[in-house]
Design a protein. Sequence first.
Length: 528
Amino acid sequence: MGIQEAGEQRRIKMLIVDDEPIICMGLRCTIDWEELGVEVIGEAYDGEEALRLMEREQADFLLSDIRMDGMDGLELAEQLRQRYPDTQMIIISGYEDFGYARQAMRLGVNDYLLKPVEVDELTKVVQKLVEGIRSRGNASGDQDVKLWLANMARSGIAYGKMSPPPLHGVQFRILASQLACFQELYEDVRPDQYERIQEQWIHTLQRRLENPGLRPFSIFDHENLLITLAASDRVMDEREWDLLLRQNTMPSSEQPPFYCGVSEPYEHLEETAQRCAEAASRLKYYVLEHEPVLNAAYEAKWQEGRRPEALDVSARVQHLVAALFKQGEQEVKAEVADMFQLFKKEAYLLHEVVAVCEELFALLRQRLRKSGMTGLDGGRPSLDLHLYNSYHALEEAANRDMAELLALIEKNGIDRSYWIIEKAKSYINDQYRSDLKASEVAAWLKITPSYFSYIFKQSTGKGFTEYMNELRIEQAKSLLATTHDKVFEIADQVGYKEYKYFVSVFKSFTGLTPKEYRGLRASKTEKR
């Protein structure tokens, strides 16, 4: 039966959304919507007006522009997904932008057409959409269950008291599944290709659950998070569930590799929101051993046996700062790789890796600001762990962040000798009590003495001897004020082997002899 012949069926309601009234009028008049079984219930000139019209009379699908003043088409798609998850959407755009198209598909948009749209093309798209809506209407019971399941998965436990649909079953279980290595395998896949992958994913999972009296209902809570409610007409023991879930889990070219977090079995549908959260929370353990079925026993095993060693973030920052100022791209990558080797060895979960990396980057930005760098104010966007769901993906993200810092250092024009002087200062602070020479510091840095003397003067504004004397005299002043050690003992402690030379240098810096300085400090203390 064609759409035109289905007079007894209800008309599919459509809302047109475009900020140009003439475009709205053109879309309304160009096509014989009645022949397609479609009723145009109104026109809106931005996303906010469309939502107000939806409150009065809900449309089955929207035909919308993407670029509009106020709320645009992508924001409208996001709002529809949250408020009216059963409403479909077709976007028409004058922008041939793959990013727009991909984002639209991620938000559940059914089709993305470019202006000027040919009437035949639009007609075919609408016909397909109307057929799909009618087909779902014929299976309204299943659709009601999926709509309710979507609310349970997205709204959380606070909404767990929403009335469940009439669904026969004596035992229920939630499976939260996710494609492995999403960022590496699917980031650049076209939206239409990824839609087919999702269909294959659902088909594969439902084949695993083929069992007399067991019915699965699946919805996508995220482009890489499939929530499945399995309703059983009889009580199944854990062994029977495990055999079902583990069949055909070996990846092949015919099916996308995915893994499942599994809730405990339950009897009352009112627990579904809690069980959705429980199943999804177990997905994080996949990275540890690539176990395809993540149940309560597997979670308990790692909760009891996992005691990861903490990363020395301060030391790591020090190494990275040196490598960054040296502009050593390979050295920076080696530091990152070594860090991720520790994460894997110590069984870090991905959210723990992200927390450590965020602390490390915060300290890095702080150190780089002190060196005079600008352009570090923008925070790093948080990573979506449904997409970055492997160590490799997070390591690549960390390397991209490091590459941005390297580019920023080059853009700021900071002298590469900065890191050398920082290392020299640290070494001098440790060794100033000895009879340290500039040539010894240069040898430790593996550079020539003349080059070291030049860059040290350029960086500090002081020659090596002046810098050493200033450092030693500051230490001597502190010891004179806080200890009862004899002056010749203090001279030796701060690196002067000749007492007279020490007194001479001390007086040139302070205008006083060491004894006079100690006496002056003592009298000031007594007056207080």
